[in-house]
Design a protein around this ligand. Structure first.
Ligand SMILES: *Cc1c(COP(=O)(O)O)cnc(C)c1O
Length: 362
């Protein structure tokens, strides 16, 4: 049984711009008349080289990435970055400081603990990660090799309202679920990484944006693939990359550029999120547990306060073509992920459904 395309509120993999999907579909069997599909072509071919170079060029342009940063496309998603970060950046004292703001931050810290002396500088776990802790420069160990944050917390629906000041200590940020939704001053970071399946492309790669002087410190026993230097020196083609994901990422970067860049994405994201939060805050049935100033533009978490009613909501929404509104399996409730590709009409449809559900279940 076929149905029309749904508004898909999945946290990841998640919606891609329809134009990108349709353009890719038109080119699927024969990419721009070259006689091959991107799925079949050699990663060393002139065609793919252009795809990769254009993707990097456009990402550099829309994120305003300075020349002294390398851009890398690496397999293994966000999770492999949890290991690559300590394996490459624990280079002097062997110490790193982490701020724990959710499940992904915890996983990143736990992975790093296998390789060095990891200190949890702050955590909001005692309040079920409903806020972002305030940290000051003095909270970090002066000899830490790096500080790690998770800028947007996909599961709990929080986002840093500030960038922590770490002084001379390189700041590493997991931006998997907020990259390209806001303008970021790249120079504030030693390393930015993001799994692509939330806001950029089909799953399978992570993008790493790394200051050059931090590359090249992996110890001799670090597996070759996990050394950022191998990816930087070989232009992300040390081995066969995920060509198709890189191709779609490049199409999304072009799309964002044509739409007016990251600033325009941010304007739209703010408008969508404000609408939804305002409705939730003014409603009788729904509640958002997240501290107001720390709320995510991308992942909007809400509950009715009744777990059975939450389940009913998710099921009836699905029947109304509003998909994947269940909260993460670890916390339940509801979560509407409204990444760049979610049109405003999707948010309007969700709010209309929420109103109707509220009427029917008071
Ligand atoms: C989804 C997510 C990850 C994990 O990404 P994978 O590509 O599945 O490994 C890591 N960090 C954040 C913030 C995420 O949202």
């Amino acid at each position: 049984m076929s149905k029309e395309r749904a508004y898909n509120f999945s946290a990841g993999p998640s919606m891609l711009p329809l134009k990108v999907i349709e353009d890719a579909a038109a080119d699927l069997a024969n990419y721009k008349g070259c006689g091959e599909s991107v799925m079949e072509m050699s990663h060393r071919s002139a065609e793919f080289k252009t795809i990769l170079e254009d993707a990097e060029k456009n990402l550099r342009e829309i994120m305003n990435i300075p020349d002294n940063y390398k851009v890398m496309f690496i397999q293994g998603g966000g999770t492999l970055q949890f290991a690559m970060v300590p394996l490459n950046l624990l280079r002097k004292s062997g110490k790193a400081d982490y701020i724990i703001t959710g499940t992904w931050a915890k996983k990143a810290a736990k992975e790093a603990e296998k390789f060095g002396d990891i200190k949890i500088v702050a955590s909001s776990e005692e309040a079920t990660f409903t806020y972002i802790p305030k940290v000051k420069k003095e909270d970090f160990r002066p000899d830490a090799d790096y500080v790690h944050i998770t800028l947007n917390n996909t599961i709990y629906g929080t986002h840093y309202p500030y960038i922590p000041d770490t002084g001379d200590i390189p700041l590493v940020a997991d931006m998997s679920s907020c990259i390209l939704s806001e303008e970021i001053d790249v120079t504030k970071f030693g390393l930015i990484y993001a799994g692509v399946q939330k806001n950029i492309a089909p799953s399978g790669i992570a993008i790493a944006i790394m200051r050059e002087d931090l590359i090249g410190f992996a110890k001799d026993n670090v597996p070759t693939y996990l050394d950022y230097k191998i990816h930087a020196d070989n232009g992300s083609t040390y081995n066969t990359p995920n060509c198709f994901s890189i191709y779609i990422a490049g199409e999304v970067f072009k799309y964002i550029k044509d739409m007016g860049g990251v600033a325009e994405m941010h304007r739209r994201d703010v408008a969508k999120a404000e609408k939804l939060y305002n409705f939730i805050d003014s409603s009788e049935l729904y509640n958002c547990p997240v501290n107001k100033e720390d709320r995510s533009l991308m992942n909007v978490v809400f509950v009715t306060g009744n777990a059975d009613l939450d389940k009913k909501f998710v099921a009836e929404a699905k029947a109304a073509n509003l998909h994947n509104l269940n909260g993460h399996r670890s916390i339940g409730g509801m979560r509407a992920s409204i990444y760049n590709a979610m049109p405003e009409e999707g948010v309007d449809a969700l709010i209309a459904f929420m109103k109707k559900f509220q009427e029917e279940n008071r």
